[in-house]
Design a protein around this ligand. Structure first.
Ligand SMILES: [Zn+2]
Length: 548
């Protein structure tokens, strides 16, 4: 039996305890041997041999929480996400885009960071200075703010007299005039100005995102909001189903179907129906996404104790009441859906753990792989519950560093007593919790090596243009919460594969699917992990990316 492909002279990353190996042979879509040196009996006329020259061969990365269609749409529009955090750079990009697209009636874009502006917020006058004749709507990198020009406010009818909508805020000046930044649902009115995107555009966006993810070694992902419609995003369920049926999906994708907090248990029929329409080749929808709070930076994350440095006793918002949340999770587990919850504040984390504990007790037979994403602040009492309950910590490790935005906007809101509980990934793991890793792209960059660097060192990698702030490279954010390099790789591969219920991926071993990523260096020998580059990405034995 000849191998189709052999990777040799590689630093092969395997599960703990496996015999060291430098060679992996693949036949069809499967890994057929892992060992030392090339077995000449496996080399036939058509066997392709790749010599890695001592560089790493890892299991393909699995991004356990991403929004690739949104990211792809942003990439195809006025894309600010890769730029330096600088007002003039952003405005030049907007002006260039407008000049290149004279027929676009509404300019939509995304990816700006607040730290490029005094006080964290840009204004409509900034955009007016480059485009004033048509509406411009630019979503912030975290998808919680829209930066718009005066024309957009006019057409959306937003004036000093407009009251803040439920779940949103209009930023105003001292005279009450809208300044041009609209938070959360406050952005709905302007986003409604953007012409309906076509299915073809969404399909193109998905494929663009897939191309980018493959180029950073991602072979599979969980789309953490399939069916969500807010902030200009459209229901992407059909996009995945159709791409899969057309054979265009080269990644393995799990969809987390969006739970509408405003609707009740009656939406379960629709979710079941959707799940049944998946499973053609590479796309399944076995999870449901439940949002329980917002983010700390604008005080919408649900906290046990009030935010500091703001007036009053604001403890944020739980999107779903604890009683309702118990009902929802028990219902979903009863229907054999894995539950993927968004919880940022310590109160939201506790409410989600309570609800999952209840759901697991009601349906003990179901291997749900329930997970809580983000986990910005976790009360010490709740840390052992991840391991005890078998709830997966779905972490976005890239955030756990001293970015300017975090130091200036977030830490003052948490206060010194809560700072040690910030992104407590090491503690969760030490208490037996399983970690899965994801990027939340386009909120932040999808490069797994950057996130792995931060998971280990709790500092930024020099490769990342968004690592900005005093001490971001040399002062760890809660160093005791760093995890080992093998643990971090494991989380972004086997951990996420487990979270995605893709049990034949995530590990390099005989009989597993050949989802692999080759690097240009040995990741265990480099100083700054983020500077390593992907040379080749393989899914099911097929090369889906090769560095040129
Ligand atoms: Zn997300």
């Amino acid at each position: 039996m000849f191998a189709d492909r052999i990777f040799t002279n590689a630093a092969v990353f395997q599960a703990a305890g496996a015999d060291p190996a430098d060679t992996v042979a693949v036949q069809g879509d499967t890994i057929v041997s892992v060992g030392r040196g090339i077995d000449r009996d496996m080399v036939g006329k058509h066997t392709e041999i790749t010599d890695l020259g001592g560089a790493s061969l890892l299991p393909g990365f699995v991004d356990a929480h991403a929004h690739p269609v949104a990211a792809g749409m942003a990439a195809l529009r006025c894309d600010l996400s890769g730029l330096a955090h600088d007002r003039q750079t952003y405005l030049t990009a907007v002006a260039d885009y407008a000049a290149r697209n004279p027929d676009e009636a509404v300019i939509a874009g995304a990816g700006w960071y607040g730290d490029a502006f005094p006080d964290g917020f840009p204004t409509r006058h900034d955009i007016d200075s480059v485009v004033s004749d048509r509406p411009v709507i630019l979503t912030s990198h975290d998808y919680h703010g829209a930066w718009v020009n005066t024309k957009a406010l006019e057409l959306a009818g937003i004036t000093a007299a407009t009251t803040d909508p439920a779940g949103g805020r209009i930023i105003r000046d001292h005279a009450g005039e809208p300044t041009g930044v609209l938070l959360d649902r406050g952005g709905d009115a302007v986003n409604n100005l953007i012409p309906e995107v076509t299915p073809a555009f969404m399909r193109q966006a998905l494929l663009e995102a897939q191309r980018r993810l493959h180029s950073v070694g991602v072979t599979g992902w969980q789309d953490a909001a399939v069916g969500a419609e807010f902030f200009g995003l459209k229901d992407n369920f059909a996009t995945y189903v159709e791409a899969d049926e057309a054979g265009e999906l080269t990644a393995r994708v799990v969809g987390a179907l969006w739970w509408e907090a405003e609707h009740g248990v009656e939406q379960i029929d629709g979710l079941r129906e959707r799940r049944n329409r998946t499973g053609h080749a590479r796309f399944t929808a076995t999870m449901v996404k439940v949002m329980q709070d917002g983010i700390c930076e604008n005080c919408t994350a649900a906290m046990l104790a009030p935010y500091r440095a703001v007036a009053g006793h604001d403890t944020g918002q739980s999107f779903i009441s604890p009683e309702e949340l118990h009902k929802v999770t028990a219902l979903l587990a009863g229907e054999q859906f894995g539950i993927h919850m968004h919880a940022v504040g310590d109160r939201a984390v506790r409410e989600c753990l309570n609800a999952l504990e209840h759901a697991i007790a009601e349906h003990p037979q179901f291997d749900g792989r329930h997970q809580i994403a983000h986990l910005d602040v976790v009360d010490p009492q709740d840390i052992p519950r991840f391991g005890r309950l078998g709830v997966i910590a779905n972490i976005q490790a890239l955030w756990a560093r001293r970015d300017k935005e975090i130091v200036e906007r977030k830490l003052p809101l948490l206060g010194p007593e809560r700072e040690p509980w910030h992104f407590p990934f090491g503690s969760i793991q030490r208490h037996g919790g399983t970690l899965a890793m994801g990027s939340d792209w386009p909120v932040t960059d999808p490069n797994p090596l950057w996130a792995i660097h931060t998971a280990v060192h709790r500092t930024g990698t020099h490769a990342d243009p968004h690592a900005i702030g005093d001490g971001v490279f040399d002062t760890p954010l809660q160093a005791q919460e760093g995890i080992s390099l093998p643990s971090a790789i494991h989380a972004y591969t086997a951990g996420s594969a487990h979270a995605n219920r893709q049990d034949r991926t995530g590990t390099i071993a005989e009989g597993m699917l050949a989802d692999l990523v080759a690097l240009d260096q040995d990741i265990f020998a480099v100083n700054d992990i983020g500077t390593a580059q992907v040379t080749q990405t393989v899914v099911g034995g097929e090369t889906v990316y090769r560095a040129s």
